[in-house]
Write a protein that binds this ligand. Structure first.
Ligand SMILES: [Fe+2]
Length: 345
């Protein structure tokens, strides 16, 4: 595995770049906006293809790099199911896998610092976000934080991992870079409590000032969705309702860009083809399946995904590849469900 821990001094944030091999797919956890150039330079130097940018939770102390990385690499933005961010390409839930080529991280819902906090687990390490820090824990006094939930997330989930598991948090302000589950259980002062009530008391009496960036970072991080006005203005967006009226007609080809796990959990629009977003480029270039389909028939390519972000990027890519009939369902399957569109399982 290729692994890099990157640091933003201003906010004390750690970001993590992971890949299974040089030349392969990469993902980044908790990227910081100001460091995006640095990440992309490193991705290039290591000969990687960034395919996912993930936030462990909605950050209050820095602006996320998710939107900028998506705009510059067309990668998928990922957060938890509960996030208040306007649009992320993909939302994960407890028990899901966060996957790229050659790597699958277990997705563990660990609320408490915020109600959208997740941890990501590999066999030898865990990315804990702000749930568990080195000799500390993330504050629980804003963004629907809850010390009781955090106690459960730490004691009931994270500390159940093997003692040797490496702990990589989203922040450190003292210069520590990595710890282990066993070390934190033994020496983290916040974890030396005898009961959940003692932990709640401790967390409710920290009297911390608000993060300096909070009033800027939280609203900015809630607005990370792709700008889609231009795609709509060009007539490349169909609403879920418009699509419903076209369903079953022979002149459209519905193309589902989501991953298999999303299809299994949420269902699919009946009669759609499956072309996972990471394979799109291959499929729309000359000789590819979608290229052939668009050129040999009069069918309109109608892309969809979970929330309309991958499909908007796909429309642009298909149009750029000369497939001028390409369009997408605005708002994706989320909008389709709201319009009471039928689903196949
Ligand atoms: Fe945080």
């Amino acid at each position: 595995m290729m692994f890099r821990q990157l640091f933003d001094q201003t906010s004390g944030t750690y970001s993590y770049l992971l890949a299974s091999r040089a030349g392969g797919e990469a993902l980044i956890i908790d990227p910081v906006l100001e460091k995006v150039d640095r990440y992309l330079q490193l991705v290039k130097e290591l000969d990687l293809k960034l395919v996912k940018a993930v936030d462990t939770h909605l950050h209050a102390d820095h602006i996320t790099g998710l939107g900028a990385l998506r705009d510059r690499t067309h990668c998928i933005t990922v957060m938890g199911e509960q996030t208040k961010a306007d649009v992320v390409s993909m939302r994960l839930d407890d028990g899901d896998k966060l996957t790229i080529e050659g790597l699958a991280l277990d997705v563990v819902y660990t609320p408490g610092h915020t109600d959208d906090s997740y941890s990501f687990v590999l066999p030898d390490r865990v990315f804990t976000g702000d749930t568990l820090l080195i000799r500390g824990t993330g504050r629980t006094d804003f963004q629907n934080g809850d010390p009781r939930q955090q106690y459960e997330s730490i004691f009931g989930r994270l500390l159940k991992l093997p003692d040797a598991t490496l702990v990589y948090p989203a922040h450190d302000y003292k210069g520590d870079t990595v710890s282990t589950i066993g070390e934190e259980r033994a020496y983290n002062p916040r974890l030396q409590v005898k009961s959940v009530d003692e932990y709640v008391d401790l967390m409710n009496n920290l009297k911390l000032p608000n993060p300096k960036m909070m009033d800027v970072a939280v609203p900015a991080n809630m607005k990370v969705g792709l700008a889609q006005e231009e795609i709509a203005r060009r007539g490349w967006t169909l609403s879920a309702g418009q699509t419903l009226a076209l369903l079953g007609q022979p002149d459209i080809a519905l193309i589902d860009l989501r991953e298999r796990s999303e299809r299994e959990r949420h269902g699919t629009i009946p009669g759609s083809l499956h072309v996972p977003y990471p394979t799109l480029q291959e499929s729309i270039r000359s000789g590819g399946m979608l290229h052939g389909l668009a050129k040999s028939t009069s069918k309109r390519l109608l892309f969809y995904c979970a929330f309309g972000e991958r499909s908007a990027m796909a429309v642009q890519a298909a149009q750029d590849a000369g497939l001028t009939t390409a369009c997408h369902i605005g708002g994706g399957l989320h909008a389709w469900k709201k319009a009471s569109g039928p689903l196949a399982r």
